[in-house]
Design a protein around this ligand. Structure first.
Ligand SMILES: [Fe+2]
Length: 503
């Protein structure tokens, strides 16, 4: 879902892209225009409309074409390989639950800003294994604390602001406050985003730029001590049923769906960035591809204080998510007990039902102990380590994450959601439309619509997006082009400049 999401590395990235021998031919102008049909404005609302579990709706039975989809996926694979893979995976998940329960917060790497910018192979391996991290010391603490004060002043000056829950607002429908614009443009945050993008690989033919992250406007959260209503259960961003239904999205997971989950690489970016994550234009759908979702902390918040929880093994949880709908239980837990229920011989390939557990169209992919029992979420969802103002939390596009059910701390648990967005044509088209939302002071295209911050006191404007890099990332100024630029980088920038209307 959309809420919920950061240069010496740049030089290293430049070396990688320098090996791009042949850039893809620039698409004709027609296809640029076709990228952005007029986006449909979304209904007014708040974050409660994004999740089936928050909206209180019952799980619906999916139509028969979803059974056909499962049959197609299963028939495209080797059934014996799929079944064997499921057995290995579920055994690994049982072991993983023990490991995570023992490690607790240590299962999520805490990395200092300088150690990400100049990351050694050990740090990279730890981040890639977990798929999540706490990045410390990105923004100087006094600056981040200042942003929280400004946010509180902005909300106080505009009591008509929408938020969730409506009678005690904590997740605000605020996108264009000045501190948000400043936080998105902060040079160290942008450098962190470049470093995170450099963890991904893209092929020489790809015009994805990992060196020029774009800016994505999202909400902010100021959770009050004692709150237990903003209890987002375990979920995955980036669509739900789309992971199977969209052929490009499905291709990201080819290794898993062919029975080789151990060979899955969560850090290949090309197919991911071209996938359609939004087939049903749901309230929670995201119109861009975020390599990492993240937030910047404005408060000192530890486990138990309303913070983020993650499943900290990206390969394992992604493999299980993708394989889960392909298998069904033979006997229920009530019939055979917990251990026999989870055992491989209680699960068979499912070509009979239309079930995609926790993946209703137009909602986020959600997880619980009934829909995804082998994850043992009550043991394996772990709260991230303590964050202080100016630290950031980051989680991979496929990371299962949640927000702690209760905030038992004494201060606000406050974050600005700011993701890592590579430069692609689809993302650039979103950013172009998002800029219109800033100009009109309305919610960005991905979010519940309405008049937003029109008429608010102190709302930011285009002039408050400060700095050349930030203005490029918002589509306000063109990207520079140079003949010595690596070919893939140059193609991505040329495409973006056309989409932004500069060429
Ligand atoms: Fe999320």
């Amino acid at each position: 879902m959309t809420t919920s999401s950061h240069i010496t590395r740049l030089a290293r990235r430049g070396l990688q892209t320098a090996t791009h021998a042949t850039p893809p031919p620039p698409p004709p102008m027609m296809s640029m225009a076709a990228l952005a049909p007029k986006r449909k404005p979304r209904a007014e609302g708040d974050i409660g409309s994004v999740f089936a579990s928050l909206s209180g709706e019952e799980a619906a039975v999916l139509p028969p074409r979803f059974r056909d989809l499962k049959r197609q996926i299963i028939n495209d694979a080797d059934r014996a390989a799929l079944t064997a893979s499921w057995g290995r995976l579920t055994a690994r998940l049982a072991q993983a639950a023990d490991e995570i329960e023992t490690a607790k917060q240590d299962a999520v790497p805490t990395v200092a800003y300088d150690d990400l910018i100049n990351a050694d192979s050990g740090t990279i391996a730890r981040i890639k294994r977990a798929g999540a991290l706490v990045l410390t010391g990105v923004v100087p603490r006094p600056e981040a604390e200042g942003w929280l004060r400004q946010v509180e002043e902005y909300v106080a000056a505009n009591p008509q602001v929408k938020g969730f829950p409506a009678d005690d607002k904590q997740v605000f429908e605020v996108y264009w406050s000045k501190p948000q614009l400043a936080a998105r443009a902060h040079p160290r945050s942008v450098a962190a985003q470049r470093a995170l993008l450099s963890l991904f690989a893209s092929s020489p033919a790809s015009s994805v730029s990992l060196a020029s992250p774009l800016m994505y406007a999202d909400r902010l959260r100021v959770r009050h001590p004692g709150d237990s209503r903003f209890a987002l259960g375990p979920h995955m961003d980036g669509g739900s049923i789309e992971r199977w239904e969209d052929p490009t999205y499905r291709s990201v997971y080819a290794a898993i769906l062919q029975g080789q989950w151990e060979a899955f690489d969560a850090f290949e970016i090309e197919a991911r960035s071209a996938a359609n994550q939004n087939l049903y234009d749901g309230a929670g759908a995201c119109g861009i591809f975020r390599a990492f979702q993240g937030w910047t902390s404005l408060s000192d918040t530890g486990p138990g204080e309303g913070t983020l929880r993650v499943y900290p093994l990206i390969k394992e949880e992604t493999a299980y998510t993708l394989l889960r709908p392909l298998f069904r239980e033979l006997k229920s837990k009530a019939e055979v007990g917990h251990e026999a229920y989870l055992a491989p011989d209680n699960w068979v390939l499912d070509t009979e039902t239309t079930d995609f557990p926790g993946a209703p169209p137009a909602r986020s992919q959600e997880f619980n102990d009934d829909t995804h029992p082998h994850l043992q979420l009550s043991r394996s969802m772990v709260s991230i380590p303590r964050v202080r103002p100016g630290d950031q939390a980051w989680w991979h596009a496929d990371t299962i994450h949640a927000v702690e059910a209760a905030h038992r701390g004494t201060g606000p648990s406050a974050v600005m959601y700011i993701p890592t967005v590579p430069l692609t044509r689809v993302n650039a088209a979103y950013v172009r439309d998002q800029l219109e939302s800033l100009r009109d002071a309305v919610p960005p295209p991905d979010f519940p619509g309405g008049t937003g911050e029109q008429g608010f006191v102190g709302t930011g404007t285009v002039g408050d997006v400060v700095g050349h890099t930030a203005r490029q990332a918002m589509g306000i100024e063109p990207f520079e082009l140079s003949p010595d630029m690596p070919a893939g980088e140059r193609a991505a920038r040329e495409d973006a400049n056309k989409i932004f209307g500069f060429a």
